[in-house]
Design a protein around this ligand. Sequence first.
Ligand SMILES: Nc1ncnc2c1ncn2[C@@H]1O[C@H](COP(=O)(O)OP(=O)(O)OP(=O)(O)O)[C@@H](O)[C@H]1O
Length: 295
Amino acid sequence: MSAPNSRQNQPDSAAGASHEAAAAAEPLRSGQAQSLLRIEGLHKTYAVPGGRSRRSEVLRGIEFTVEENETVGLVGASGAGKSTVGRIIAGLERPDSGAMLFRGTDIWKLRGKQRNEAMRPIQMIFQDPYESLSPWMTIEQLVAEPLVIQRVQAGNPAARREMVRQALSEVSLQPDRYMNRHPHELSGGERQRVGLARAFICQPQLIIADEPTSMLDPSLRLELLELMNRLRQRHNIAYLFITHDIALTRGFCNRMIVLDQGVIVESGPTEQVIDEPQHPFTQSLIGSLLELNRF
Ligand SMILES: Nc1ncnc2c1ncn2[C@@H]1O[C@H](COP(=O)(O)OP(=O)(O)OP(=O)(O)O)[C@@H](O)[C@H]1O
């Protein structure tokens, strides 16, 4: 495999990358500029079904940063490990090894309450709004649920209600029209906004968005992206945007990371990576897209 190609100040890299990349991934010293998120040497294996104690290596020494207010696209073929990266950063899965620094705090070294509090500004939204919302709960209960889990404003239902109203307004859902409804009474686009409101109510600084638009038609897709962009500008939110869709990456992300079989093979400003892909895998990914566009 060719060496990872990186064109930014703080290179994204895979294990075994160049000396410059290794140096860039060293722990921060005081005075050094801090990234919002910094992932270092992330490894993850899964047990091979029926393989006795055999494990397959899904992430192999991933390193990258996300800066404040950035939109970073994480692209790659199916099975490359993109969602695994997202789930690990959001705390839904455990890494085998590596470090995650959020505003310089080494999150995976924290435990219990401290860790939950440090993780609160990191939220995730999912591909399938139908699956990610419980059908039995009202929209008010669904949006308030993260507050309940994190015991925010416990014992103060009026304050929680006001936070739900604000979160719904931020995603352009009129509170009075939506609070008492259930997910099945909403369109796919509205459900995805509810998912975004659930993330937003936690006052996130980083949202991991795992293919959030792939089940929406093109006009709803555009609306959701515009909304996400507005939230980013208004509330200084960064996104790690997981997608197969290179065209969408071009429109939405300032930077792009290409993952192939658990290794980052290329990263840089989106336009540059798309217009002048350096790594053979990126070249073939973009080549396939151009081929598809001919149909
Ligand atoms: N819980 C799990 N147990 C075992 N293997 C898993 C598990 N989750 C993911 N995998 C495997 O890890 C690899 C990476 O999966 P992942 O979902 O991260 O890829 P992806 O790049 O997001 O793919 P897609 O674009 O198709 O969603 C795949 O081979 C997948 O089968």
